[in-house]
Design a protein around this ligand. Structure first.
Ligand SMILES: Cc1cc2nc3c(=O)[nH]c(=O)nc-3n(C[C@H](O)[C@H](O)[C@H](O)COP(=O)(O)OP(=O)(O)OC[C@H]3O[C@@H](n4cnc5c(N)ncnc54)[C@H](O)[C@@H]3O)c2cc1C
Length: 452
């Protein structure tokens, strides 16, 4: 509540159909979905969801399936040519169990609920998941207290079947991994979240909703009592009674468009992954994670199997100079200028300079990253890995330089604001938690949107 006390009201959120996908690069989402099947001529809706990542798609899915006598007309608008092109399609694909998060926090609650909802959804919609489990490994005795803290928080968060195992237990599960103790989370899994997003959107379409692609929202305008007009960069318009904005890396910019405060601001942190070459794929069976440094919001470089049989190593966490640029040298002058003139980032930078420089070094000089990985799997060499994918995390930062850790819903208090709700911060594990977040969003906005 304290973040945006003046003009905007802010809530800290604490609190079937099977398809056979045909895959296409880059989003691994079925190409067939992107035929312009949407009925763009029908631009009048009850509710518009802005953003076709997993949070927007899950929210649309949840609302499209609310039991009602007169179904709502829903539309998802997405600026890209496909859904899930940003965080959702570029993450580790882990279904997290809820170990790390502060007991009692909304993040913890929604992750634990979200895991079950995600497995259920995937089963119902024919999306493959694998419960490959996860080991958080202490390599030295000094790391054991951190591991025990995680066991405590996981237990308080009601994560099921957590178990502390010793060096022998580690070898039984991961014969090539070394460590003195590990926390085993057997229900942690993997999935392709782009496919999940696709299935959610397909269900919305099946319920008579629309999905408009290449629709880059550039304005919100009041259309009179109970009406809102949303405009796109190319001149298209949709009309509705209310909108929920789930714009990930652009969430602060869209919030400002409807008169919310400019902070918290999104600062992108790129995560680069390496890939283990197929000949060495046998070295790792499930997820292997380090004991994270509690001072940082990122979980550390880890080993993660992919549903397609690949094995990813990463992600790093370095400041990105382009919110939606995924190459090492991608720079957006607009994004960089905004970051460098944001006092919050300068304050954050002065606090974490050493960590940041270390991450940058490992990011550019990958033998240094391999050295970190060898702490867990000593057999891995530089020749066994190659550069893979990258994803940018939308990290919300307050003007005081603090990293915003929990989910945030924000809404301006003027007439326009009464029709728009912004999800301003949906950090990891928001893909895992997406269906639980959607439930929370619906419960939160019900008072505001009487038509729901
Ligand atoms: C490297 C990395 C690893 C991660 N690993 C995991 C993991 O293993 N498990 C997990 O649970 N979570 C993970 N996460 C976190 C998770 O991916 C995100 O929390 C989640 O995907 C956020 O979803 P979203 O829908 O809010 O954002 P996004 O997926 O970024 O979607 C936002 C959408 O809004 C659209 N948009 C933006 N502006 C506009 C506009 N003006 N008009 C129309 N559309 C617009 C964008 O194009 C985009 O499609 C990871 C994230 C990263 C980056």
């Amino acid at each position: 509540m304290a973040l945006l006390p003046t003009r905007a009201s802010l809530f800290m959120l604490h609190g079937r159909g099977k398809f056979s996908p045909r895959f296409c690069w880059p989003s691994r989402v079925p190409c067939s979905f992107y035929s312009q099947a949407s009925r763009e001529e029908n631009s009048d809706y009850d509710l518009v969801i802005v953003g076709g990542g997993i949070v927007g798609a899950a929210t649309a899915y949840k609302i499209a399936n609310l039991p009602r006598s007169n179904p709502l007309k829903i539309c998802v608008v997405e600026k890209e040519k496909s859904l899930a092109m940003h965080q959702t399609g570029r993450n580790s694909g882990v279904i997290h169990s809820g170990i790390y998060y502060k007991p009692g926090s909304l993040k913890a609650k929604l992750c634990v609920e979200g895991l079950d909802l995600m497995y259920d959804f995937c089963q119902k919609h024919g999306i493959p998941t694998q419960k490959v489990g996860k080991l958080i490994v202490a390599v030295t005795d000094e790391e054991i207290p951190g591991l025990e803290k995680l066991y405590e928080s996981g237990t308080q968060n009601k994560v099921r079947d957590l178990e502390m195992i010793d060096a022998k237990g580690i070898k039984e599960r991961e014969p090539h991994c070394q460590g003195v103790k590990a926390l085993l989370s057997p229900h942690t899994g993997i999935v392709d979240y782009a496919l999940v997003t696709q299935a959610m959107a397909q269900n919305v379409k099946d319920k008579n909703g629309d999905v408009l692609l290449n629709f880059e929202v550039n304005g919100f305008h009041s259309g009179g009592e109970d009406r809102l007009v949303i405009t796109a960069k190319d001149g298209r318009k949709v009309h509705c009674k209310g909108a929920i904005v789930c714009a990930g890396l652009q969430s602060d910019r869209l919030a400002v468009l409807s008169h919310c405060k400019s902070t918290p601001k999104i600062v992108p942190f790129r995560g680069d992954y390496l890939r283990l070459k197929p000949a060495k794929r046998h070295l790792v069976r499930g997820n292997i994670y380090p004991v994270p440094d509690p001072r940082f919001p990122f979980l550390g470089v880890h080993f993660t199997p992919r549903p397609d049989g690949d094995l990813w190593l990463g992600p790093t966490a370095v400041l990105s100079f382009a919110r939606e640029g995924y190459g090492i040298y991608d720079i957006s002058l607009k994004d960089t200028w905004e970051m460098l003139t944001f006092p919050g980032l300068l304050k954050l930078g002065s606090r974490y300079m050493k960590f940041g420089l270390g991450e940058m070094y490992r990011n550019f000089y990958w033998p240094a990253q391999v050295k970190q990985l060898q702490r867990y799997i000593p057999e891995i060499t530089v020749d066994d890995v190659e550069r893979a994918h990258a994803g940018n995390r939308a990290q919300a930062i307050g003007s005081d330089g603090d990293l915003v850790d929990d989910f945030i819903i924000d809404t301006a208090e003027d007439e326009l604001g009464s029709k728009i709700v912004h999800v301003r911060n949906a950090p990891s594990p928001a893909a895992t938690s997406s269906l639980a977040i959607a439930n929370f969003i619906v419960d939160t906005v019900k008072d505001k949107f009487k038509f729901l």
